[in-house]
Ligand binder design. Structure first.
Ligand SMILES: NC(=O)c1ccc[n+]([C@@H]2O[C@H](COP(=O)([O-])OP(=O)(O)OC[C@H]3O[C@@H](n4cnc5c(N)ncnc54)[C@H](O)[C@@H]3O)[C@@H](O)[C@H]2O)c1
Length: 453
């Protein structure tokens, strides 16, 4: 099938590449020229393990093309994915201006019957709204007023850092539409994934056995849109819940690692997302929880659980700052090393990263911060100019009064902490991700603090 993906970010790029790999002809469109130029040179503009190999292979075979020419993509594609960003406005509402701009352009250039798919995470009702925007644009801008289209919602559940595997081997595929034809086309598009029948490089392990069927949830548009918000809000709730339990553990002297193990073995609960830490961040949870809360407010409801998890998460970051104050007493003039800037390991995404709000708060208290991340090499625009970016972990930690682990990159597990101890001013470590064995660090002579232990 011929596919056009508009918005070549973490979601659009991975979606486009994987659809090409399972045999479709894909045109990926973005309005940032430098991004398209990089991609046309076979370079991924984002850090996503395993992705570049598939980009290269599918560009070579001609199945995957990158362009800034939206008209070309829309005219060629039978299925048009909208996968642009939907960030938060200051009131928590999702900013749909990027989706709207694309929908207007699609209406302008649509030349025959298409399926327009909302891949972006969009508020409930956006499917019908996109349909309206496209129709209005056809009416206004298109010579062919009778051109037909159907809208589908196909929310994305990939995780940055394992996006390629998540796309080929998803837990489920959700397709929402009021059009039977659109649903049938989408099922045909995803058939090789649903049936796990696609070819796979022999040197990369398959995450699911060939032939094992992927569950598909077919629904109306509204339910599909709600599934995405409800899923992300539930995962964020799980993290905020374990963080709250961790805070109680600290007070009563329990160990959150044992508590999480004990409750996670309950099959009704499960072990995932029970890692206490400095809170959730990233490009999805914060904006999606806020957007769902905003929607509830619009309907006159008070979303009490959603409001609480937002507050618990905000306070969790402040708790780290408080721990630093408790340890250093006077923060002004002290040197603090921060390992990890990305919101989680295996990505270069720093949107809403807890590390950033923690560093900015400490800078406001007068601390000197030296930060290091294995992949994030450019200062995120949200990070204070006063934070020094170090060339490696050892450089960041040298002469520090305190070390904060903010992202659980594997690289930090194998540092020579015995050597590090001798280069620090004071041997205090706040392990914001509970990466390390407390006793081991205490044996090395560190004052070690995790979360909830
Ligand atoms: N990042 C994730 O892990 C993830 C997971 C699931 C769902 N989502 C959702 O997917 C959507 C996209 O997220 P993302 O992280 O990929 O965003 P992103 O910011 O990484 O990518 C969006 C891309 O859209 C492009 N774009 C914006 N306006 C455009 C236009 N008019 N024409 C062409 N291109 C345009 C931007 O240049 C950018 O490259 C969001 O709604 C997000 O909530 C993201």
């Amino acid at each position: 099938m011929k596919v056009c993906v508009i918005g070549v970010g973490y979601v659009g790029l991975v979606t486009g590449v994987c659809l090409a790999e399972i045999g479709h002809d894909v045109i990926c469109v973005d309005n940032i020229e430098s991004k398209i130029e990089k991609l046309n040179n076979g370079i991924s503009p984002i850090y996503e393990p395993g992705l570049e190999k598939f980009i290269e292979k599918n560009m070579k075979s001609g199945k995957l093309n990158f362009t800034t020419n939206l008209k070309y993509g829309v005219e060629k594609g039978e299925i048009i994915f909208i996968s642009v960003g939907t960030p938060s406005l200051s009131n928590g509402q999702a900013d749909l201006s990027y989706v709207e701009a694309v929908a207007v352009e699609v209406g302008k250039y649509i030349n025959d019957e298409k399926i327009i798919v909302n891949k972006s995470t969009v508020p409930i009702g956006s499917g019908d709204w996109v349909s309206m925007v496209v129709s209005e644009s056809i009416e206004k801008n298109n010579l062919n007023k009778d051109v037909k289209f159907n809208v589908a919602s196909n929310p994305e559940f990939l995780r940055e850092g394992s996006a390629v595997g998540d796309t080929f081997f998803p837990d489920r595929i959700v397709i929402g539409s009021s059009s039977k034809k659109a649903i049938e086309k989408m099922l045909e598009l995803y058939k090789p994934i649903i049936e796990q029948s696609f070819g796979w490089p022999p040197d990369v392990p398959r995450l699911l056995p060939k032939g094992q069927k992927i569950p598909v949830v077919v629904s109306d548009l509204t339910s599909a849109e709600m599934i995405k918000y409800a899923a992300n809000s539930f995962l964020a709730t799980k993290i905020s819940y374990i963080n709250e339990v961790a805070n109680i553990c600290e007070k009563v002297g329990a160990d959150i690692l044992k508590v999480a193990e004990g409750i996670g073995l309950d099959s009704r609960i499960g072990p995932k997302f029970l890692n206490a830490g400095i809170g959730w961040g990233g490009s999805c949870f914060p904006k999606d929880v806020s957007a769902l809360a905003y929607i509830a407010n619009e309907y006159g409801m008070t979303p009490q659980i959603l409001n609480s998890i937002i507050n618990v998460n905000r306070e969790q970051r402040l708790k780290i700052v408080k721990k630093v104050q408790d340890e250093l007493k006077i923060v002004k003039g002290k040197t603090i090393a921060v390992l990890g800037i990305a919101f989680k390991p295996d990505t270069d995404d720093t949107r809403e990263a807890p590390s950033i709000s923690i560093m900015n708060s400490l800078i406001n208290l007068g601390a000197k911060i030296k930060a290091y991340d294995p992949i994030v090499k450019e200062r995120p625009h949200t990070l204070s100019e006063k934070v020094t970016l170090s060339k490696d972990s050892y450089d960041a930690i040298k002469d520090a009064d305190l070390l904060i682990i903010a992202t659980e990159w594997d690289e930090f597990r194998t540092l020579d902490y015995a050597k590090i101890k001798n280069t620090m001013n004071h041997n205090i470590i706040i392990d914001g991700r509970n990466m390390f064995n407390k006793e081991k660090f205490e044996d090395l002579g560190f004052k070690y603090m995790g979360i909830g232990r």
